[in-house]
Design a protein around this ligand. Sequence first.
Ligand SMILES: [Zn+2]
Length: 332
Amino acid sequence: MPLNSSQYTDLMDRYAQTQIENQLTLKDRKAEVYEKLPRIRKIDQEIAASSIQAIRERLDHGNDTTGSAKERNHKLIAEKKALLQANGYSEDYLQPIYTCPLCQDTGRVGTRYCSCFEQAAISLLYRQSNLEQVLQTENFEHFDLSYYPKDTDDSHPYSPYENMSNILSKAKEFVSSFDNAGGNLLFYGRTGLGKTFLSHCIAKALLDTHHTVLYQSSIHLFEDICSDAVMNKGRNPQSEETYRYLYSCDLLIIDDLGTEYTNSFVSSELYNILNTRMRDKKSTLISTNLDLQELTERYSDRITTRIIAEYKVFKFYGSNIRLAKRKKEIQK
Ligand SMILES: [Zn+2]
């Protein structure tokens, strides 16, 4: 599923747009600061003049005065930063603004695409444009443990609260050690216990640290794969080019595994995706309402065996958080 040329042009247009917006913001900032702190305008003029002077000296008279010009500018820059801070601005308030500091809003780092470009491509190709919006509210900052009851029952040694505190801290650990440790997660348990919410928390934290995340509901994912297999008879639907990001994104999240229409084709595709990602040391997060027994029955032994061996498995239990949240909203 590579980008077609109009999608590529669209993405590059977005970068151009971002650059223009950031330049305009910087222009406004300068105007605001110059108005309020005329000394800063003077400093900027002096810095520019001093650099030009040094170049002229070298060209016209063969004198290399760049060293002393540099020193002078150094002092001026320090004065400027101090002035900005003394007036309630950050010291880099007048520095160029980049939405993505990695590629400075060009989409490329050296000869490679930046992670922000890859992520934009993923969102476009896999129709996850609403994810960004969801992540505004579903993230670690908004995770509320107070919905989980603190009493234990006979079926579990820990209360839902204790269980969830543990899962939450493991999820945060997963994110903080992502670049070094990687690994895979399986969240299972009944519906409405926060599995999807926690997957969103992890997605947001990794996107914020410039990783690529492909988030797909199981239904959607396998619908696309199956229809592609039907449409492109004879062509290998597993080809890396067709589903490049399924294999190459830093984290693949398959939400609600088990809700798709499962047949032997789906089962073997699932195995192929999970297996290839494990082989390439790419992380996968699966959430499902099925328990391990049901997973084995529905897919195959080889899938469940690999999951149990290679995934950190967490069981969610307790009462339906989604309902409790709705009730609370109604009572507001
Ligand atoms: Zn970037």
